[in-house]
Design a protein around this ligand. Structure first.
Ligand code: PMP
Length: 373
């Protein structure tokens, strides 16, 4: 019998490329089963308002497709031909300019890998979506956040343009996660004019009702990203896409993993577009409920609710400990998003849910805020 080797002369983890030894993780949300197991929610069940998911799920045509799906044994189309044709019609941009990803997360990762070397700098107005900084870290590059106003989270445009001049990529999230406000056409133009690669992430655009995607035809350095995770209720299937200059799209098609968007995800995304009216009906409900939730939150003492064009609201607690409120609501089975960063210290992000979710939320918040006094 060969002796079991218990030690290596150079341990595996010491062989990691140095920058991967102490990575700061993106904090993904826990799945519902874990939230349920770790809370005292009991029969009431959990209220999941922490990941900007669509509480109504995908439209009927997608649900029927999922029920009858019988092609799990077949590899997906690596060219996403049917999906890209469908997206071409939906967006008005040619299929040769469209690339799909396993969520728009994958496209953010691919673009960072392609354009940011370890000497590079990636810029965004912060606070913003955490994956831009995470992917920058993975590239060994520097992430430079240009702070937004702490008062209304508007962008410091001169600061952003100045930073853009030495950057490999500038990311915009619009409406911005987690602040909810949108970027203006003027802001995108000002950054794109510097000729930096400008990536406009429209993950929540369907809830805002206005897209700046037509600008893609005016600037060869401007890219737009979208996702099916929010408006179409497909977060679990992972489908995102982007509109790119045609030569970049063909490079992305070459470097992406061949089967990056699975068969069911491709078919479901097509079905969501075919069932657009129903999908947009839930978007409309969410937009209406956003206003109701906003009113409910504003009825609480000492809170500031920021205006939002997305499917979530950012709330700043002026006299209460947001971290503690977040933890006590979680114990009661109500999952919200708290960011442990100085820019968002007193803030909690709340996804728009169903009316009954909001009732439980407001009641629990009121009680916990009272208990903190
Ligand atoms: N961009 C933004 C701004 C987001 O908030 C998210 C989801 N949290 C994504 C991209 C990624 O979406 P997905 O990978 O599910 O398409």
């Amino acid at each position: 019998m060969t002796a079991q080797r218990t030690r290596l002369s150079v341990p595996l983890l010491d062989r990691l490329v140095p920058r991967f030894r102490n990575m700061k993780p993106y904090e993904p949300v826990a799945p519902p089963e874990r939230l349920e197991a770790e809370s005292d929610a009991g029969e009431e069940g959990i209220v999941k308002l922490n990941a900007n998911e669509n509480p109504y799920g995908p439209p009927p045509r997608v649900r029927a497709l999922i029920e009858s799906f019988n092609a799990a044994n077949i590899y997906p189309d690596p060219d996403h031909a049917a999906l890209r044709a469908c997206l071409a019609e939906y967006t008005g941009f040619g299929a040769e300019r469209i690339v799909a990803g396993s969520g728009s997360d994958e496209l953010i990762a691919l673009l960072t890998r392609l354009f940011v070397g370890s000497e590079g700098t990636v810029v965004a107005a912060t606070p913003t979506f955490g994956m831009y900084a995470v992917e920058t870290d993975l590239s060994g590059a520097r992430f430079l956040g240009v702070p937004r106003s702490q008062d209304d989270f508007s962008i410091d445009l001169p600061g952003l343009v100045e930073a853009a001049c030495n950057a490999s990529i500038v990311f915009f999230s619009t409406p911005n996660n987690p602040t909810g406000n949108s970027v203006t056409e003027e802001e995108i133009r000002a950054v794109a004019e510097t000729e930096v690669l400008t990536i406009v992430d429209e993950a929540y655009v369907e809830f805002a009702g206005k897209s700046l995607m037509p600008l893609a035809d005016e600037y060869p350095n401007l890219i737009f990203l979208r996702t099916f995770s929010k408006w179409a209720g497909l977060a679990g299937l992972r489908v995102g896409y982007g509109v790119f200059p045609v030569d970049l799209a063909s490079i992305l098609m070459t470097v992406k993993p061949p089967y990056n968007v699975n068969t069911l995800a491709q078919a479901a995304a097509i079905a969501a577009i075919e069932d657009l009216d129903n999908a947009l009906a839930t978007v409309n409900i969410i937009v209406k409920e956003r206003a109701v939730l906003q009113e409910g939150l504003r009825s609480l003492p000492s809170v500031r609710v920021f205006p939002s064009e997305a499917n979530f609201l950012l709330v700043r607690f002026l006299e209460h400990d947001a971290k503690e409120l977040h933890a006590s609501l979680l114990r009661r089975g109500i999952a919200l998003r708290h960011f442990n960063t100085p820019e968002l210290r007193d803030c909690i992000r709340i996804s728009v849910g169903r009316p009954r979710d909001h009732e439980r939320l407001i009641e629990a918040l009121r009680e916990e805020m009272e208990a903190q006094k």
